[in-house]
Design a protein around this ligand. Sequence first.
Ligand code: PYC
Length: 325
Amino acid sequence: MKIERFVDSHTEGEPTRVLLAPDGGLFQLTLPELLVRWTHDGVLQIPPECLALAANPRAADATVCALVCRGSKPGAMCGVLFWNASAPLGMCGHATIGLARTLVHLGFELPARAIVETRVGDVVVRVLEDGRIAFDNVVAHIHARDVEVVLDQGGVARGDIAWGGNWFFIVRHDGAKGRAMRTHTEELAYAASILRALERAGIKGGTANGGVIDHVELLFNPSRPEANARNFVLCPNGTFDRSPCGTGTSALLASLAARGELSPGAVWRQESAISSMFEARYAVVEADVEAILPTIAGRAFLVAEGSFVHDAADPSRGGGWKEVR
Ligand code: PYC
């Protein structure tokens, strides 16, 4: 499959690269067709040359690619598959907002409630009057509370396991006995040690997306007066989310809801590691007391558009180079 055209944007500081068909529009296969094509032995595998489009030296290392294709169901605007430099993502909130901003830029008429198919369920996107983009995410839920893991540097981390379109381990350092976020380097090392501890202990989420907990969300007291909390989210490729993480904020809402700390409809302002902001709220899902329907709103800005150059002599073209960390 030839990927030639792209549009780059950032959502509250986190980069998205929308991948387009050679004619600059949607790929004409559907998401289910793409998933069949890229699934081998039951495992979805993004081809290395496509992973390379989200990695150095072609992209900032936090980039999430969003390959946009034809909707498979009547009424769906499009389908999208997300991945970062290391692996496919389930959903991606910041990239959903970036995708909507990109489609508007490309001249697509977004319906008032645009249905976007992702591999973990449909989301509904709206352009708000103030220019922000909001999406109703897939249903989020808490899977386990107060799970303890032993860290390799000593001590334990206690967290909730929650689904927000990806699996998160949420460790809270907010509240009266909480603290502010330290440097990005310190929090990255701390979050990575929690992820190693989860892997060592074999701790998993529920059935969705194989149960692999590949994101760690640390929660701190905010630095912005209007924010409820600040997060630092470790992503599966070892980078941290510059945006407040749409799926991470959704998972957090599920945890807050289960703990009776946030009411349905109440606004939650989530500050990111770089102090950008999402506004979030949830509605209850009648059939399931632990499940909620999150809505997240934020801003995206275009930064570049163009075509890839595939130089057969370039050894980085197919990915596979080890990044130095
Ligand atoms: O916004 O959901 C999100 C996200 C996941 C990974 C990076 N951003």
